[in-house]
Ligand binder design. Structure first.
Ligand code: FPP
Length: 237
């Protein structure tokens, strides 16, 4: 693929980290950090829309996050339910298609229903896409994709990359051009590991609940200055 210097990512993935630290710094419970994280999501969605980025994938809960204290898991699940219920109308009005990616069979029946309803209601929307990764793991996603292909009778000995890409939760969406991680850790934590093969990484020290429109603009400015080579030969500037 040719070298490009794209002005704007088509799809941004965000690893929203630092809610717990944000809460601890204020002497609050971790749940207060997660609640503040939802406000940050609202700000960032608005800022992304203003900037012209129409596809976001948010890493809300990984397949590994079940090992957190039971109370925290319960709080997060409740927040997902409440947020799904509270935000769908406005997202729908704004033309946003909602998708939840991950193994949803392990989610509560109530959450599965809210997710299914939100997806059905917004499936024809074309202005933007919001993927929320819940009980998501990149390796699990690849395993699920291969299982789905096998179940469909595909000849796995002839498997091509495009076949597998088409069997992932994100089928039909552009690969993320940019992955943002807040709170400073320099790793991708099993997030979109197939799709982000050539994504640009942007790590900020800002804790997720503090992330705002200015932080998103800084990430976009950084991204626009990158030269993407997709494994090609570097050319002199
Ligand atoms: C990481 O911070 C954050 C999470 C595991 C949860 C993210 C969830 C939200 C922001 C709520 C999202 C809600 C919807 C509906 C998408 P951490 O707890 O790992 O922070 P720490 O590393 O500082 O402890």
């Amino acid at each position: 693929m040719a070298e490009t210097s794209p002005a704007l990512p088509r799809h941004i993935g965000i690893i929203m980290d630092g809610n717990g630290r944000w809460a601890r710094q204020r002497g609050l419970r971790r749940s207060a950090g997660h609640r503040a994280g939802i406000q940050a999501i609202r700000r960032v969605m608005e800022a992304a829309d203003t900037a012209g980025v129409h596809c976001l994938t948010l890493y809300a809960f990984s397949t590994e996050n079940w090992s957190r204290p039971r109370q925290e898991v319960a709080t997060l699940m409740r927040l997902f339910e409440q947020t799904m219920q509270a935000e769908v109308d406005e997202l729908h009005r704004n033309g946003v298609r909602i998708r939840v990616i991950g193994r949803r069979q392990q989610l509560s029946k109530r959450l599965q229903k809210l997710v299914g309803d939100a997806e059905r209601r917004t499936e024809a929307n074309l202005t933007g896409v919001l993927n929320v990764a819940i009980n998501y793991g990149g390796r699990a996603e690849i395993v699920d994709g291969v299982r789905q292909l096998a179940a469909s009778g595909a000849d796995l000995s002839q498997l091509e990359e495009a076949d597998l890409a088409g069997a992932l939760y994100t089928a039909g969406l552009p690969d993320p051009d940019l992955i943002i991680r807040t709170a400073g850790e320099m790793r991708t934590s099993n997030f979109l590991i197939w799709q982000a093969a050539y994504a640009e990484l942007y790590v900020t020290q800002t804790l997720w609940p503090d992330f705002d429109a200015a932080d998103l603009r800084a990430a976009l400015a950084d991204y626009s200055a990158r030269v993407r080579r997709f494994g090609g030969v570097p050319k002199p500037r």
